[in-house]
Ligand binder design. Structure first.
Ligand code: SAM
Ligand code: SF4
Length: 463
């Protein structure tokens, strides 16, 4: 655990010399080159309290995000396959000691039905999620679930990339998981603060801090190119958590030549019978949350940042602006919840935690257009083998935009024709037209060609 240096991180957050306007402005200026920041510079920015400097920070984060990713927001939805769990995380409703939670593991037929629901909404990316359980989330079952999801084809619509958020696996199991055809392997450290970690995870396999911390090493060694890290904000000081998570990202980059593909920033939400979730020990206020997202964007400019529906719609709109590149939409956090037949069920009796944004995918898409963000359903990189360092090379050379813009627009056009409500369709068509007008040269020609194909009924057009 040598790369999480608690003493050093604590010294940075307590160093009053870093709370210095000149230092902060210099770091912001440097970050605009999209070359990243050191831990010390990130600490200086996390200490910003001045409103004017905060604005400078937010503007820089937006600028850097646009430089690398343009105005795209990639959409995804979680799919929970089981809420059984042998761990006892104090913040999670799935924890073993929550005897009042209704436990459910989906059958393969139910997984197919859930997937069909998501496909009918227009989703193309799914994040498979499960509790940790030797039988109910075995490798065999995860494999069958992934195959079932990929096999769904509903009127030409399908899921084209499955990412997985599971408990840490052994090297061999990661190899097996790769063989199932997953995109990103995701696992959050929850808290990087050792003592807090031990308190929050009183028993079960998750109590092993180091096994979890080194999960990404094993995943990368097993050949999974894209890994996603995260911290659950609210368990300890958000500045500590952010700097420790950045240390993790820097360490992966140093060791494997490629950092995490994504960073997630889940914030603790109320959860059924989960004492810590209902009264977070270090609740992060909205302003600090926005700040930490902006700092991550500047510190690791080429890493995707994911914002989930844990957050309320109004706040999501604000946070999109400071560097978010992927969002979930229309999510549910209990197994089987997408299926209408479950409507009668009291959802809190099965869900992992409460959500803040209950809008449908269609509403989120329309809202994103209104805010000037291009909703993207693209999965091209994963399917063209542009993962890991090949993706990073392309991103760092500034060429990713040339591929991404046409791909995003073609997939958005597909969404608009096949799935959007009338109102969203009108907004989407206008948005796509404007975007194309702003392009030039080969990118414009390529995009027009692809959009034409989609208009003529071709699907899954990408390059
Ligand atoms: N059980 C596996 C694990 O813990 O790694 C798989 C993922 S778990 C179902 C998904 C994530 O939900 C956790 O890693 C945690 O960060 C997050 N989570 C748990 N309880 C939460 C809560 N009350 N509010 C927000 N996020 C929560
Ligand atoms: Fe289980 Fe994951 Fe919830 Fe912990 S966070 S109780 S491991 S589902």
């Amino acid at each position: 655990m040598e790369f999480i240096n608690e003493t050093y991180i604590s010294s940075l957050i307590n160093n009053s010399k870093l709370n210095n306007t000149k230092l902060q402005q210099e770091a912001i200026q440097k970050a605009k080159d999209a070359k990243g920041l050191t831990l010390e510079e990130s600490a200086a920015l996390l200490n910003i309290t001045d409103l004017e400097i905060s604005e400078e920070l937010f503007n820089a984060a937006r600028e850097v995000k646009e430089k690398i990713y343009g105005n795209r927001l990639v959409l995804l939805a979680p799919l929970y396959i089981t809420n059984l769990c042998i761990n006892n995380c104090l913040y999670c409703a799935f924890r073993r000691d929550n005897k009042e939670l209704k436990r459910k593991t989906l059958t393969l037929d139910e997984i197919r039905e859930e997937t069909e629901f998501l496909v009918r909404q227009g989703h193309k990316r799914v994040l498979l999620v499960c509790g940790e359980h030797p039988k109910k989330s075995s490798m065999e079952f995860i494999g069958e679930a992934i195959k079932t999801i990929y096999d769904v084809n509903f009127n030409g619509g399908n899921i084209r990339r499955i990412n997985a958020n599971t408990a840490p696996l052994s090297l061999d199991d990661f190899k097996t998981l790769k063989g199932f055809g997953i995109g990103t392997y995701q696992c959050f450290q929850e808290t990087y603060h050792f003592e807090t970690y031990m308190h929050m995870h009183p028993d079960g396999p998750k109590r092993d801090y180091a096994w979890r911390l080194y999960a990404m090493d094993r995943a990368l060694q097993a050949g999974i190119d894209d890994v996603g890290i995260g911290a659950l904000f609210g368990l300890t000081d958000y500045r500590f958590e952010t700097l420790a998570m950045l240390s993790h990202a820097f360490n992966l980059d140093e060791k494997y030549g490629v950092g995490p593909h994504t960073i997630s920033v889940p914030r603790l939400e109320p959860a059924f019978n989960a004492p810590v979730a209902n009264k977070p020990p270090f609740a992060v206020d909205d302003a600090s949350f926005k700040k930490l997202v902006a700092v991550i964007r500047l510190a690791v400019p080429y890493t995707g940042i994911i914002l989930s529906t844990r957050e309320r719609a109004e706040l999501r709109r604000e946070i999109f602006k400071v560097g978010i590149s992927q969002i979930s939409a229309g999510s549910r956090t209990s197994p089987g919840a997408y299926n209408e037949s479950q409507e009668s069920l009291k959802e809190y009796e099965m869900e992992q935690f409460q959500l803040g944004d209950h809008r449908t995918l269609d509403e989120v898409v329309k809202d994103s257009c209104d805010l000037g963000f291009l909703p993207s359903f693209c999965t091209a990189c994963y399917r063209s083998d542009r993962t890991g360092d090949r993706f990073m090379e392309l991103a760092k050379s500034g060429n990713i935009g040339k591929l991404c813009i046409p791909n995003a627009l073609a997939t958005f056009k597909e969404y608009a024709i096949d799935f959007a409500s009338n109102e969203t369709k009108i907004a989407a068509e206008k948005f796509i037209k404007n975007e194309i007008e702003n392009l030039d040269g080969a990118t414009k020609r390529k995009t027009e060609e692809m959009i034409k194909k989609v208009d003529c009924g071709e699907r899954d057009v990408f390059f």
